[in-house]
Design a protein around this ligand. Structure first.
Ligand code: SF4
Length: 554
């Protein structure tokens, strides 16, 4: 293992003409603005300034380097000032875009919540966040309209029930995705919960990992359904049975979307449950020490993995960080089952879990409080979030299932949604995100209603829901390139010579059996207003022309 303080003494290897900012190779200067800010002060230190200074003196007292940089390590971003059109995004000064309020991301590792925790998030939202709450496609919950004055009290309430916002954003290990049905699913290969808990307890908030080149995304699931989108995480541990050693995990690295999408690659190594945290820690350290820091757009782990290849990556992992060889292991089988856990399903203990669809992730604090109450009335104390922006209630006795399903439907959360409701996701978009070019959430919700009416006659013919992911800009937070219909927000011509909000279309992306990135179809740019027409045309043509069993992505 190579702690950051020792890397400077490591003999520098043969220099290329120009380094990429890899610490382990001695390239520590020059620093770009982000690297400078992290070097000037460990970003985790900003919590103390929030508690002792900013919460008392208010928004105007906040140091800009904290406001637009270090606050993220505590799950805080300024939200977009209202009324600035998307066409101006990227052309104006940051302070013009900053609202005086914050988005706060609550970290939910493994998507695992008790009903008490869910109720607390809901109550915090009602009191301090204008009743806003979005379930993200990384199993977190985001609140909006948070004032810096209220942040310490919110932390106190969240931490009082075992929740936190620590490293929910920033160049650090973000939330660890986990199977929402870990420990209860009859088809589970192995329950990853102990490893996720160990990582959270030992390494989240660890200062030796709080200055990574960029964000680090993790997915650890023992479900055969690959329900943590392992293909597009920096590290993924995927449940697999080793013929000699039994159930464990296959190790993948280097996945990620955004502007240079890459699918994670297998290292061919099998990791037992009790070594997952150690191996995860070693991979994070490789990223810290060898990751590219010079150019921010090349700073994700996928670029290093791409340059090294899986063999070298595994070699460095074993030789320099673990000090031992990993066990070779088989590849897991590609899943054929739906990953989203929607509907009513039996658990292995005889109870049931109920998976419901939120409208493009948008709920409210009040809804979360009511979900907690409904779950408790049904005898449950456990709720889960999913990477499709869904909610699951676990441990429901059979006798309570129908009542719970009806209660949740009354809250707008359906266990038997239409194919369109089930398969539409949206990122935050222009309502709150400073990088956005177009509106997404309300557009997605309106699109669902529109498609339910337009395509009511063919609803029964949709055996594999067509996934539609709306993104407000090229950053692909709602996974543009791996949807059947991926929509990337941009300004487009409306036919009258005006530039209006719309989307560049990517078609035929997918994960699992159809893993691959959607093709950007040059001529397919659609205005937001015409989206319903466009999707209807596309889906009807697919149904007319498909061969038997052919999925949209094929
Ligand atoms: Fe914001 Fe773009 Fe991410 Fe959407 S995709 S949340 S607009 S950065």
């Amino acid at each position: 293992m190579v702690p950051p303080t020792e890397t400077a003494t490591r003999p520098a290897r043969k220099r290329k003409t120009r380094g990429e900012g890899q610490w382990a190779l001695g390239y520590r200067e020059p620093l770009n603005a982000n690297e400078r800010s992290k070097k000037d002060d460990n970003p985790l230190n900003v919590r103390q300034r929030i508690e002792t200074i900013y919460a008392h003196r208010g928004f105007d007292s906040i140091d800009p380097a904290d406001l637009r940089g270090r606050f993220r390590w505590w799950g805080l971003y300024t939200q977009r000032a209202p009324g600035i059109p998307g066409a101006r995004t990227g052309t104006i000064e940051p302070e013009e875009l900053d609202d005086r309020y914050f988005m706060m991301r609550v970290r939910i590792d493994g998507g695992a919540l008790t009903t008490e925790q869910l109720r607390t998030i809901g109550e915090v939202s009602q009191t301090y966040a204008r009743d806003t709450a979005d379930i993200t496609d990384r199993q977190n919950v985001q609140l909006h309209w948070v004032r810096v004055e209220d942040v310490p009290t919110i932390w106190q309430k969240l931490e009082g029930v075992g929740l936190s916002t620590t490293e929910a954003c920033g160049d650090c290990p973000r939330v660890v995705l986990g199977s929402p049905v870990a420990g209860i699913a009859a088809d589970e290969i192995i329950d990853a919960t102990p490893a996720i808990e160990q990582i959270r307890e030992k390494f989240i908030g660890d200062r030796s990992l709080s200055n990574l080149p960029r964000k680090f995304k993790s997915a650890i699931s023992g479900s055969p359904r690959w329900d943590t989108v392992p293909e597009i995480n920096d590290i993924a541990l995927v449940g697999v049975v080793h013929p000699e050693h039994g159930p464990g995990f296959d190790l993948w690295v280097g996945g990620g979307l955004s502007t240079n999408p890459k699918l994670a690659v297998r290292l061919g190594a099998w990791v037992p449950l009790d070594e997952v945290a150690e191996v995860w820690h070693a991979v994070v350290q490789i990223f810290r020490d060898y990751g590219y820091r010079r150019l921010r757009h090349r700073a994700r782990l996928k670029f290093l993995v791409n340059d090294w290849g899986p063999e070298k990556f595994r070699q460095v992992l074993e030789d320099e960080y673990l000090g031992r060889e990993l066990v070779d292991g088989p590849a897991p089988e590609t899943p054929t089952e739906a990953r989203d856990h929607i509907g009513v399903h039996p658990q292995k203990d005889g109870n049931f879990y109920v998976g419901v669809k939120s409208p493009a992730g948008r709920v409210s604090g009040s809804t979360l409080v009511e979900v907690a109450k409904a779950a408790e009335r049904a005898g449950s104390r456990r709720v889960r979030t999913t990477v499709e922006q869904n909610l699951l209630v676990l441990d429901v006795p059979e006798s309570e299932v129908d009542t719970l399903v009806a209660d949740l439907a009354g809250l707008g959360l359906q266990a038997d949604p239409s194919p369109w409701r089930r398969s539409v996701m949206a990122c935050t978009g222009i309502e709150f995100c400073k990088l956005a070019i177009v509106e997404t959430k309300e557009r997605a919700i309106a699109l669902v209603h529109d498609l339910e009416e337009r395509l009511a006659d063919i609803q029964g013919d949709i055996d594999n829901p067509v996934t539609i992911n709306l993104n407000g800009c090229p950053n692909a937070c709602a996974r543009t390139q791996v949807a059947d219909i991926g929509l990337k927000g941009q300004m487009v011509p409306d036919g009258n010579g005006n530039q209006v909000e719309g989307f560049q279309v990517h078609l035929g992306g997918g994960l699992g059996l159809d893993a691959g990135f959607g093709r950007k179809i040059r001529g397919h740019k659609v205005t937001s207003a015409e989206l319903g027409d466009y999707v209807e045309r596309l889906v009807r043509r697919y149904l007319e022309q498909r061969t038997e069993g052919e999925r949209f992505a094929q």
